[in-house]
Design a protein around this ligand. Structure first.
Ligand code: ATP
Length: 240
């Protein structure tokens, strides 16, 4: 058995412009891995391509999930296989209630009882969503929207989740709360890959990390080692 997720010589181009230039990456079952890098490095493109959210014609190389080639597949099919991306908080449905938004994430499932049980689990993890279950999605705070986005991915009962900058636009206290929730979700068995521009929180949360620079993977190691790496400290942690 290989890793749960593997990228081999993965490349992505928008038209003639190649923005990811042949990278290798793997995530083992049960792991929490982060992909860091500066603005425009290609992190979002990589994540969205894994989830099937970019155009298939831009993809080269292999993406393997649980032994199956998935590059170029439609996102809904990939989600049904158990690999689900947490959509950005601002992409939740503003005119649906919190509960309707959550149930909408269960579109890949038919087991009503299982869905109800998972809904209660999500309310237990995020009591603020329970308190606000009849409130419109659009009226939630940024942090609550991020919780709802995570809940919406979890209700699909995924084996692995992908998150694109969970800290974006949130106050430090809320960021800590969101990352604590992600850590717990991982502890309970869901494999996690997340992209983050906040390298400090990324490297103190995940177990292993990859550093992407203008489409090339320049470094990978345990987060512990990356935190002590002088180049990483200078370029990504803002230290002299
Ligand atoms: P950020 O954190 O700023 O989003 P990133 O590392 O996630 O950075 P990407 O968003 O993947 O980087 O962008 C990588 C490169 O691809 C950038 O140069 C960007 O301008 C370009 N790019 C992204 N989306 C498109 C698109 N739809 N069409 C053309 N070019 C794009």
């Amino acid at each position: 058995m290989g890793a749960m997720l593997e990228l081999h010589n993965f490349q992505y181009s928008y038209g003639n412009i190649k923005v990811v230039k042949g990278i290798d990456l793997y995530v083992n079952e049960g792991e929490m891995v982060t992909l860091i890098g500066a603005n425009g490095a290609g992190k979002t493109t990589t994540l969205r391509t894994i989830s099937g959210l970019t155009e298939a014609r831009g993809v080269e190389g292999e993406i393997i999930f649980n032994g199956n080639r998935i590059e170029g597949m439609k996102g809904s099919r990939i989600a049904r296989m158990g690999l689900v991306q947490v959509l950005e908080g601002r992409h939740i449905f503003s005119k649906l209630t919190v509960e309707e938004n959550l149930l909408n994430g269960a579109y890949t499932r038919r087991d009503t009882k299982g869905i109800e049980a998972d809904l209660q689990k999500i309310y237990k993890r995020f009591p603020r969503l329970l308190e606000r279950k009849q409130q419109m999605g659009g009226t939630l705070s940024g942090g609550e929207q991020q919780m709802l986005a995570i809940g919406r991915a979890l209700i699909a009962n995924p084996r692995m989740i992908l998150l694109d900058e969970p800290s974006l636009g949130l106050a430090p206290l809320i960021v800590a709360e969101i990352f604590e929730a992600i850590r717990e979700i991982n502890r309970e068995g869901t494999t996690v890959l997340f992209v983050e521009q906040n390298s400090k929180i990324a490297l103190t949360t995940a177990q292993r990390g990859y550093v992407l620079q203008t489409g090339h993977m320049i470094l990978t190691d345990t987060c512990e080692s990356l935190l002590h790496n002088e180049d990483v400290r200078k370029a990504y942690l803002g230290e002299e």
